[in-house]
Write a protein that binds this ligand. Structure first.
Ligand code: PHE
Length: 343
């Protein structure tokens, strides 16, 4: 007799004991292969009495299908087990402490820059920009600083191409020219940006930041200049005395240096204000008629004022910083003092 049920039971046990694809392959060969159990059963059909051959053959075929099914099922089981194993290895442990990436924060110069832009925006000035590499013409000549003008000595810079007259701009004032060439008056712009000078000590850096201001209309007067700058200085330094001191810039006439009463000694005189009681904050003046004419405007019709503010200087005074280089050497111990976030 051939033991079909016995083979079925063995087959089931064997298949279900397979834990991976490889052993399943071997078991499959042992059951369904040429020399496997099913083939052996078919061989044994010879020993079966003739009248039972058909029924036995049918049973073996059913058994073969059953085994194929078992193997298919086990293959799915194995995949499921492997998946679970992988998941258990890479499972999230939510009790582990997270990585600390540390929050970045704005650079103090950028903070002051944004604060100043906002103050002028509120007064109706919009932001204009210009390139850091300028022509001699825009940086100097059209601003009434001719080739031999002694004012050039105070603003020596990095010359990129002396034939083409390309240099790194020494101030944001060339943006005045660009703005006036681009639009018809009335104009009210500020131009924040980086400027360069051949200068380096504790209060001067070869690269620093300025904000230029320009207002042009038919009846802009010195009173407007004083009003705008006083309002600005009160916002930045609080309500304190502001002084307009006669000065000289080739591109403004008259020109004024603007001071605030010393934020350290409140006008009494101390080391910070060199015992004058005043801190020099910015340069300003009424735009020189030559500059107005240089951009093609009618200087009898249009007039206005301009000013230039050094951002590092404002930051140094506001935060009591005594070395300008601290802004540029990326020391987190210095920078994080402005962020309110510990690094
Ligand atoms: N450009 C001048 C400077 O850098 C500042 C300034 C701007 C003065 C506009 C008057 C008017 O020194």
């Amino acid at each position: 007799m051939i033991d079909i049920d016995g083979v079925a039971q063995d087959a089931r046990r064997l298949v279900e004991s397979c834990g991976d694809e490889e052993s399943l392959k071997q078991v499959k060969a042992g059951l369904l292969g040429k020399k496997g159990s099913i083939a052996a059963l078919f061989k044994k059909l010879k020993e079966v009495p003739e009248n039972e051959v058909a029924a036995a053959g049918k049973k073996i075929n059913e058994l073969k299908l059953y085994i194929e099914q078992l193997i298919g099922q086990q293959r799915t089981n194995i995949k499921e087990i492997i998946k679970k194993e992988k998941l258990s290895i890479s499972a999230l442990d939510i009790t582990l402490p997270g990585y600390n990436y540390g929050a970045g924060s704005l650079h103090p110069i950028e903070m002051i820059n944004r604060e100043m832009i906002e103050i002028f925006n509120d007064m109706g000035f919009s932001v204009a920009t210009g390139p850091e590499m300028e022509t001699d013409e825009l940086n100097f000549e059209l601003l009434n600083i001719g080739k031999d003008h002694p004012a050039r000595d105070m603003q020596d810079t990095f010359y990129i191409d002396s034939v083409k007259g390309l240099l790194l701009r020494t101030h944001t004032s060339p943006v005045q020219i660009r703005a006036m060439r681009q639009t018809e008056p009335p104009i009210a712009i500020i131009a924040p940006g980086i400027v360069y000078r051949r200068d380096s000590d504790v209060t001067h850096s070869p690269m620093f930041h300025q904000i230029e201001g320009l207002m042009i209309d038919r009846q802009i007067s010195l009173a407007d200049l004083k009003g705008v700058l006083t309002a600005f200085l009160h916002k930045v330094f609080g309500k304190r005395a502001v002084r307009f001191r006669p000065s000289y810039f080739p591109f403004t006439e008259p020109s004024a240096e603007v001071d605030v009463s010393c934020i350290i000694c409140h006008g009494k005189g101390c080391r910070v204000c060199s015992h004058t009681g005043w801190l020099e904050i910015l340069g300003s003046g009424m735009v020189h008629p030559n500059v107005i004419r240089n951009v093609g405007y009618d200087s009898d019709k249009w007039q206005g004022f301009a000013f230039g503010i050094g951002i590092e200087r404002i930051a140094m005074l506001k935060y009591g910083i005594d070395d300008i280089r601290l802004f540029f050497n990326s020391d987190l111990r210095f920078l994080s003092q402005f962020s309110g976030i510990l690094h």
